[in-house]
Design a protein around this ligand. Sequence first.
Ligand code: BT5
Length: 309
Amino acid sequence: MPPIFPAPGPNPSTDSVSSETVVPLLVDLAEPGAAWVAGLPFEYLPSCPSTNAVLKRMAETAPSGMAVVTDHQTAGRGRLGRSWISSPGLDLAFSVLLHPALEPARGHLLSIASGVAVAEVLEECLGLTGHVSLKWPNDVLVERKKICGILLEASADAERIRWAVAGIGLNVNSEPERLVAALAPDQAAEWQGRPAPISLKEFLGRDVPRAPLLAALLARLTVRWTALERADEVRRLLGEWRRRDALAGRRVQVHAGAGRREVVAVGEAAGIGDEGQLLVRSADGAVREIFAGDVSVVPAAPADSEGAW
Ligand code: BT5
């Protein structure tokens, strides 16, 4: 995958993420003969409340690969009703529709594949190798700060996932302090105990052109999602997650249940299992498998400051 070269400077005409700018780049990167490509068809909306919400409305009938991309997401959503903040015209916010050939129990692998794809693009196209890690289930971190969040929403019957919408928010050229300040006062508590935000611009010290980055992300997401149909590729994918696992070996606490108020596991994070589930080893050596939950790192000892993100 080609590196993304520094933009000559802020230049709104070359930094458009409209279909005219992104689709030709994507077509160049896509594997010839692919059954479907994330980003085709491509719908650009200058502004919308949430790309996930827009795409979910078309999910039953639209084809795999359809993407909705916006420059200004006015009510971006995280998991469990939390919010996702992006700076208009500076970051990436997009969603892709999938009709995956996966049983519902393996749906978690979509999240794992998405995180690995984003990490690979940041490393290969922007030189971030060694700086990117993955926090189960859906955070991409740079230097332990959150650069990207992924929201997977799906509808399934007993045998199959009917559709899944993968929403991806990536901090590209925004200033992280502004993201934090943008949360309404009653939402400010959302940042407590969570990784601080970071953007590519903050890390690299320069503007990053969004169109080639978005095209590279869509191309790599296609490769990782389609590979989930092959057992050897799934094994390779799990290996790619494991070597970037931000939690492995750290003491964690997992909340689940209504409102995520119930603590369901405390112990040492012991990697992920073959279906993408989090493994947590408790003090008695028993290993719990977690398929859904919110994870926070807790201090190993009361005085240990490594506990906080
Ligand atoms: C996520 O939720 O991280 C999933 C975010 C998915 C956003 C995309 S954008 C396109 C698509 N359309 C949508 O409406 N959503 C998707 P969660 O793990 O619940 O994390 C949410 C928390 O991350 C918030 O409570 C904040 O603490 C923090 N946060 C919000 N905006 C952030 C940002 N820009 N950078 C880093 N952290 C952020």
